[in-house]
Design a protein around this ligand. Structure first.
Ligand code: ARG
Length: 569
């Protein structure tokens, strides 16, 4: 696709002593459309050339030669050199590219040959899947799709929290009272009850605690009974989690959780021992990180058992060797920022090439807050994810019963909208921001929401259906779209690929979410001002093709967010 920024940069580079890449980096897209489509801030050259930016701009304007068919007009405003792209060429460029690439419009191969490992979701078994895990799941899934769209080979890993001393306790509780609880029917709730009960007993009775520790040791030594109980916990929990993954349509390439590394940690400990930096501390063994202004990273506890951090180190080794990653990213709430800082620092001590250890990235995100305060699973104020998703679907169904009672296939459509609303709500703000969870806002069909995007998408769909055809591109007269509202849409469509790349670079799916809202709003005003199905076939074909293009990009973009589009609603 014609890259206008690139062309402008090349032409400027011919006139001054600066390479085109740098110039391209300086070129801006002015928010004020009256300032042109691209703008080069000449003050970037002022120091070197010892001239006022205004003067540089004026001189450059005379010298820079760009074909009128490409750039229609160049203007100087306050030291900025503003470029106006030939609108008909722009329309042609965008529509031809969409015609060519269809649902792959905006994709690229910048990631070809590169492997990226994404560690996301990662709930703890035998514990409720909480809202933080939902965020990790939704953001991770979106980043997976975005990277895939850019040609990367992605490996999605659900690093299940399925190991640790708490399983020694759970095994003990199960051994004592397992048959009193309906574990098969309702595994997570019942196991949580058992866990609370055994924990209380441990506090009263030291010998019980001893038995729990012993169970964990047995588990580490692959004792048959302990393994079989642990396996049962894991399988039942996964079955329950799977219902949430099914609702969200999220899939993983690997379910290797913490337990998978149980036999891979000795190697880590040995590597660290060799560095001489693994030191005793109050009976435990740690890596001191004082020179990095961090507390020590505990590798081995007083009783000799390993830690969450050690398992993450073993996972880094394993992933480097097995996936040969160019980048490994991790999604958790910001509560784990320190953990990952420590782990990534200690990873540098492992016997591992720097190209791995310098490409570990933790991507933190904010908390989810209820309008009334923190959403907590700890203080009894438990919000069950599955119920939350179901509630969203039920609320949508209610809205639809009122709005469009005769709609066919209502259940399925309500599911697409209800789930889409939650997913979109999770992705609409920069991820580090705490998210406010508000039903009315996220289900507002006219707001900046998933349902709104879906609604506009359905609109595009029904327009095309009513027309009964999508014109073939040679029928489209680009001149017909040479007007402000249509061009605003075309420009938005043009930038899709760049937005996707930025979203990947910054690990921020919200850039795509906002982009789609803008696109939908632009289309909505186009559609309010212009009839699409009209007498004049030439006008109709151009508008229909534009409608088709918007539909294509809305669908491609929402896929990248992990949100589905209904065909009707
Ligand atoms: N299971 C952890 C938790 O629920 C998250 C794991 C994140 N991934 C990792 N490799 N540490 O907090």
């Amino acid at each position: 696709m014609t890259n206008f920024k690139n062309i402008i940069a090349e032409k400027i580079a011919k006139q001054i002593d600066m390479d085109a890449k740098t110039i391209e980096g300086y070129i801006e897209v002015p928010t004020n459309k009256a300032m042109g489509d691209y703008s080069f801030p000449c003050f970037k050259l002022a120091k070197e050339l010892r001239k006022a930016p205004q003067m540089i701009a004026t001189e450059l304007k005379e010298k820079v030669e760009i074909d009128e068919k490409i750039i229609e007009k160049v203007e100087v405003v306050n030291g900025y050199l503003n470029f106006f792209v030939n609108p008909v060429l722009l329309v042609k460029t965008v529509l031809e590219e969409i015609d060519n690439k269809k649902e792959c419009y905006g994709s690229s191969n910048i990631g070809a040959g590169k492997n990226i490992v994404i560690d996301y979701s990662s709930p703890n078994i035998a514990k409720p899947f909480h809202i933080g895990h939902l965020r990790s799941t939704v953001i991770g899934n979106s980043l997976y799709k975005i990277h895939q769209f850019l040609g990367y080979l992605c490996v999605g890993i659900n690093h299940l929290g399925d190991y640790g001393t708490q399983f020694g306790k759970l095994i003990e509780g199960y051994k004592r009272w397992g048959n009193e609880y309906q574990i098969e029917e309702n595994p997570i709730d019942e196991l949580t009850k058992i866990y609370i009960r055994i924990n209380n007993l441990c506090k009263e009775d030291e010998s019980v605690l001893e038995a729990c520790r012993d169970n964990f040791k047995k588990l580490e030594d692959k004792d048959e009974y302990c393994m079989s109980v642990w396996n049962k916990f894991r399988e039942l929990s996964l079955k329950e989690f799977q219902r949430i993954y099914d609702l969200l349509d999220v899939h993983f390439d690997s379910l290797n959780g913490e337990a998978f590394y149980s036999d891979k940690m000795t190697e880590v400990v040995e590597m660290l021992e060799k560095t001489g930096k693994l030191v005793p501390s109050e009976g435990a063994r740690v890596i001191d990180l004082e020179d990095k202004q961090m507390p020590p990273c505990m590798i081995e506890k007083t009783n000799g058992s390993t830690t969450y951090a050690t398992r993450d180190l073993a996972a880094i080794l394993y992933r480097a060797r097995n996936y040969d990653f160019d980048k490994a990213i991790y999604l958790t709430s910001y509560e784990q920022i320190l953990h990952f800082k420590q782990v990534f620092e200690v990873a540098k001590l492992l016997d591992l090439d720097e190209r791995y250890t310098s490409n570990l990235v933790h991507i933190p995100f904010g908390m989810v807050l209820l309008k009334t305060g923190k959403m907590s699973t700890r203080e009894g104020n438990v919000i069950k994810l599955e119920e939350l998703l179901q509630e969203s679907v039920a609320r949508v169904k209610e809205i639809m019963d009122a709005k469009n009672p005769d709609l066919e296939n209502k259940e399925k459509i309500a599911e697409i909208i209800g789930i889409g609303a939650v997913v979109f709500n999770d992705l609409y703000n920069s991820r580090v921001k705490d998210e406010i969870f508000d039903w009315d806002e996220m289900l507002n069909f006219n707001g900046e929401t998933g349902p709104y995007l879906q609604y506009i998408y359905v609109r595009t769909n029904s327009i095309l259906q009513k027309a009964g055809y999508v014109p073939s591109l040679p029928e489209v007269d680009f001149e017909e779209l040479n007007n402000k509202v249509a061009l605003d849409i075309i420009k938005q469509l043009y930038s899709f690929g760049d937005v996707v790349k930025q979203a990947a670079e910054k690990y921020e799916p919200y850039l795509i979410a906002r982009y789609l809202i803008d696109l939908a709003q632009l289309f909505s005003s186009f559609y309010n001002d212009n009839k699409i199905i009209v007498e004049d076939k030439k006008v109709q074909d151009a508008r229909l093709y534009l409608t088709y293009s918007v539909k294509t990009v809305l669908e491609a973009g929402s896929k990248l967010l992990g949100m589905k589009m209904p065909e009707r609603m």
